[in-house]
Design a protein around this ligand. Sequence first.
Ligand SMILES: NC(=O)c1ccc[n+]([C@@H]2O[C@H](COP(=O)([O-])OP(=O)(O)OC[C@H]3O[C@@H](n4cnc5c(N)ncnc54)[C@H](OP(=O)(O)O)[C@@H]3O)[C@@H](O)[C@H]2O)c1
Length: 246
Amino acid sequence: MESLKGKKALVTGGNSGIGYAAAKELIAQGAEVIITGRRADAVKQAAAELGATGLVADQGKVSAIEELAGQVTKKFGKIDILFINAGVLGGAAIESAREEDFDYVMNVNFKGAYFTLSRFIPILNDGASVVFLSSNVAHINSANSSMYTSSKAAINSVMRIAAAELAPRKIRVNAVSPGPTQTEILNKLGLDEAARKGLDDWMISKIPLRKIGSAEDVAKLVAYFCGDSASFITGAELVIDGGFSL
Ligand SMILES: NC(=O)c1ccc[n+]([C@@H]2O[C@H](COP(=O)([O-])OP(=O)(O)OC[C@H]3O[C@@H](n4cnc5c(N)ncnc54)[C@H](OP(=O)(O)O)[C@@H]3O)[C@@H](O)[C@H]2O)c1
């Protein structure tokens, strides 16, 4: 069903995981899509597989975000869908926190997401849809997760304020908050196979629906927020976690 036909979309962190699945879903629904990522080879390969345009941009740097906004304007003019998805995991107990870990997580998940919205507002069409990729952890508050969790809680707050600021232009701003989802993000933690399996088993034991989510499930929810069916929804966060946060 081509319900997003004619829409132009930017997906940050679209070379992998949820961003890749969302780009695929948006394209399947008729949108033209630009994806970004850090790794040039992965961006190039994903763009070719998806039939998207791929641009390398470090979403943690404001100068790179501004350069990206310029490139997107050249390619598309204004856009209708902004999916702010790029993110990283990291952190430690508050007592042993290191500044470099704090900056690593916050620069991408919070500062980068914030300035991606900020610098793209001028090139959003009236009536556009912005979706932030948050996380169910913003409602869970586990020990040793303070940096990642607070980066996502901060984004939820920005999402609601942006919804209020952009409503006069009929731009809707929402957030999708997945629980554990099968993507590369956990493989980037450097765990060995046994530890990785142990983590999966522990997560499944905490999820009432007893499975880890798929990137495709999350992608469908992102596309829902971008379409006409969600035309009266703004400032909302939808948790998709199999009941984990219950
Ligand atoms: N998977 C989960 O369980 C889960 C649950 C809740 C929320 N989330 C959130 O979902 C989002 C997507 O994560 P994922 O699970 O799909 O993980 P993923 O497969 O690791 O994808 C993350 C994407 O973000 C990109 N990225 C990271 N840092 C970047 C930067 N500085 N500049 C540009 N791109 C950057 C990565 O690009 P490179 O590959 O080039 O680095 C990659 O495309 C994140 O915001 C994450 O916090 C994930």
